[in-house]
Design a protein around this ligand. Structure first.
Ligand code: BDR
Ligand code: CA
Length: 339
């Protein structure tokens, strides 16, 4: 949206698989004045590529997101079949509210080419990629356009965790959906920030937050409330959570305002084999560097040691997150997307 802060807005590409929380992430990215959403790309994940792409384009109509390109990407992981968590996101991938017709056209190019184009067209280091689905498109980008990797300002992704999984005891969905792609992304030279379950499970849309959301009183806030209702019922049924986690919006929020999370720089490995641990993200906390908290868990800070380019979020300021989301929705206002 329009930037009214003193520093220029951070440019981002959202690579997503909407998905209830992806939808909220997209609207947050659009409404936050510290962010400039340059492109939206989709990847198979919460539903088939066709469905999540249709959903993404419908969300553009909901949020009145215009003038930026949308492109579809990978329809399956690099290896193996697609996992579809329809017990969480339903048949459409975005069950709950009625969706409007798509609000933007689809580019006649693959998501990977669109990402390359955007990175090429902007100053080196000025664009952060925010993946909120599996990492297939981002791994393909790294392999197809290796010369552009160093121009990417960073990859701040929702996925993984250092303590728990959700699809298996060890693995989180976005990583398990394509562990081989994730391994490529974590091994690349760009800075990677992992916003994992350790922090997203602390940001639950519990009834009090829903009341605050509904009090905004716009058609977009009401749409999100309906999404959260369906998403919350899934999480209650499947996991007995008092509210659904705001996984994907937290990754966007962490770019909009890095102080929303506390991160630790540490090596992160993705398990691509393993009888029980395929898709696990393993954080080597034996060798850590503090990031935005100098008094944090910076255990080594060894000047001789090479600092890793991967960071993990270990703590979250939930009030700050909700303030950012509600502020973005107020700025978007009513879009009259139903008319
Ligand atoms: C992640 O999996 C998906 O179902 C959500 O959209 C989120 O990106 C959480 O594990
Ligand atoms: Ca997602």
């Amino acid at each position: 949206m329009n930037a009214e802060t003193t520093s220029p807005a951070q440019k981002i590409i959202l690579d997503c698989d909407p998905g209830h929380d992806d939808a909220i992430a997209m609207l947050l990215a659009h409404g936050n004045p510290n962010l400039e959403l340059l492109a939206v790309t989709t990847v198979a994940g919460n539903q088939t590529l066709e469905k999540v792409t249709t959903n993404a384009r419908a969300l553009a109509r909901v949020g009145n997101i215009t003038g930026i390109p949308f492109a579809a990407g990978a329809s399956r992981p690099l290896v193996g079949p697609q996992l579809i968590p329809d017990e969480i996101h339903g048949e459409s991938g975005l069950d709950g509210p009625e969706l409007p017709a798509p609000g933007v056209p689809l580019e006649d190019t693959h998501a990977v080419n669109l990402i390359a184009q955007v990175i090429q067209d902007n100053e080196p280091g000025s664009v952060v990629i925010v993946p909120t689905g599996s990492l297939t498109n981002i791994a393909l980008f790294a392999r197809m356009y290796p010369e552009l990797v160093e121009r990417v300002g960073g990859v701040t992704l929702m996925g993984g965790g250092h303590h728990t999984g959700n699809m298996t005891p060890a693995a989180e969905f976005n990583i398990l959906a394509d562990p081989d792609a994730a391994a490529i992304v974590f091994e690349e030279s760009w800075p990677v920030t992992m916003i994992g379950l350790d922090v997203t499970h602390q940001v639950l849309a519990v009834p009090d937050r829903m009341e605050q959301l509904k009090a905004i009183g716009t058609d977009v806030a009401q749409f999100i409330a309906e999404l959260v209702e369906f998403f919350g019922a899934s999480y209650m049924k499947e996991r007995n959570y008092p509210g659904p986690p705001m996984h994907d919006p937290l990754a966007v929020a962490a770019v909009a305002d890095p102080s929303v999370v506390r991160t630790i720089r540490a090596p992160i490995y993705v398990e691509t084999q393993g009888a029980h641990a395929r898709g696990q993200t393993i954080v080597d906390f034996r060798r850590t560097w503090s990031n935005n908290d100098p008094s944090g868990l910076g255990l080594v800070d060894d000047p001789e040691a090479t600092s890793p380019n991967t960071s993990v979020a270990v703590d979250v300021d939930t009030d700050k997150f909700w303030d950012l989301l509600f502020d973005a929705l107020r700025r978007i206002g009513d879009t009259n997307f139903k008319s």
